[in-house]
Design a protein around this ligand. Structure first.
Ligand code: HEC
Ligand code: HEC
Length: 332
């Protein structure tokens, strides 16, 4: 009942936001991803350099790309991330791909947008363990960087606001259009085979789309993980409750995107589940009280794999060297 009501209200919101052009996909709960054209390529290029620059970390070794590896679907493919001094992180790293479509950032939505998010890991002692001041001192000690700030912003002032603006602008370009599912949505009926189509139908009819919807097939709402049954986990993470303080928000999480989910294993906020088959089985049981049989699971998994899009075509940036004035890294 709850799920159905949710579906209706979300569907109408989705319809308002996304009816840009009326295609075959107009009535579908998931819409195709559109390619993006950056308005300020200099800003994107600067953001890309900062995303790849390990000097934003205390050790000089960890970059955004260490945990959101763009060679591997924008994740680290380990249960929970490894931070400064090999610290064990508390939570699984979500993908940065299509993250611009999220209603807010982080599993619990504690950052409003990509720019606010980008400041977090730099100063998080369990991640990059630097400080905004130190990171900015390092970047601004490098004249080639200052020249790039000048190009992107019109003056060579380096500050955290500009640095996170640039990183966020780069992340805006990390979208993955052109998946087989998108081709199907856009009218190429041969883009999916019979099993994949059956999987999609089952995905809709079972109620998965009440939570996983919109262009990213997720990222549009917070929902409880454990609607019908408790999800057994050793993780102490409370989800939305840690932002709102409300007991009723315990174990509510931002519904993750299912775009590129084939690449972003292991699954769930605790990263405890390695296979899509297991993840689908758990979702059916815990969120919808459905026991899928093996054939049904296989078809949903086959559908989910059609959500893998064209990965951003990244040319590895060559970073300007540190100089005599640049603060040194502290790896140990
Ligand atoms: C040590 C590993 C690590 C590093 C380094 C790191 N991240 Fe993350 N990132 C994570 C983890 C873990 C989360 C999830 C944290 C949470 O939700 O509480 C996350 C969350 C995110 C999200 C939110 C995605 C979503 O769906 O909510 C974005 C965007 C992001 N990181 C971008 C960045 C950027 C940009 C940098 C560099 C400035 C960076 N990360 C550095 C591990 C890392
Ligand atoms: C009531 C909302 C809801 C429904 C219904 C739902 N999901 Fe989810 N889904 C979530 C939430 C919330 C998470 C994140 C859980 C966590 O790790 O905290 C999630 C996570 C996932 C993941 C793991 C993604 C990742 O990157 O870790 C997969 C795969 C998935 N869902 C597939 C499905 C399928 C298939 C169905 C239908 C059988 C479904 N979901 C139904 C809310 C829902």
């Amino acid at each position: 009942m709850m799920v159905r009501r949710l579906f209706v209200s979300l569907f109408s919101i989705g319809a308002i936001v996304t009816t840009v052009n009326v295609t075959a996909s107009a009535n579908e709960p998931i819409q195709p991803i559109k390619a993006v054209k950056p308005e300020n390529p200099d800003l994107v290029e600067l953001g890309k350099m900062l995303f790849f620059d390990p000097r934003l970390s205390k050790s000089g070794f960890i970059s955004c790309n260490s945990c959101h590896n763009l060679s591997m679907g924008g994740t680290d493919n380990i249960p929970t991330s490894i931070g400064h001094s090999w610290q064990q992180g508390p939570i699984n790293a979500p993908t940065v791909l299509n993250a611009n479509m999220n209603l807010a950032q982080f599993w619990d939505g504690r950052a409003a947008d990509l720019k606010e998010q980008a400041g977090g890991p730099i100063a998080n002692p369990g991640e990059m363990a630097s400080s905004h001041n130190l990171a900015i001192e390092i970047v601004s000690s490098i004249p080639q960087y200052r020249a790039l700030f000048e190009k992107a912003f019109g003056s060579d002032k380096v500050d955290i606001d500009r640095a996170t603006t640039a990183i966020a602008e780069f992340e805006e370009t990390l979208v993955t259009p052109g998946s087989r599912f998108d081709k199907w949505l856009e009218g190429d009926k041969k883009a999916l085979n019979k099993q994949e189509l059956e999987g999609y139908k089952l995905f809709k009819s079972s109620g998965c789309t009440s939570c996983h919807n919109g262009p990213a097939a997720g990222g549009t709402i917070y929902q409880k993980f454990g609607v019908y049954h408790t999800y057994e986990t050793e993780s102490k993470i409370e989800g939305r409750k840690s932002v709102t303080g409300k007991d009723s928000d315990l174990h509510f999480f931002k519904v993750p995107t299912l775009r590129n989910v084939e690449l972003t294993y292991p699954y769930f906020h605790d990263g405890a589940v390695w296979t899509l088959e297991e993840a689908v089985k758990i979702m059916g049981k815990v969120q919808l009280d459905i026991d899928f049989n093996e054939k049904e699971i296989a078809s949903i998994v086959a559908f989910l794999k059609t959500l893998t899009g064209e990965q951003p075509d990244i040319k590895l940036p060559i970073l300007p060297p540190s100089n005599n004035k640049t603060p040194r890294p502290e790896p140990f």
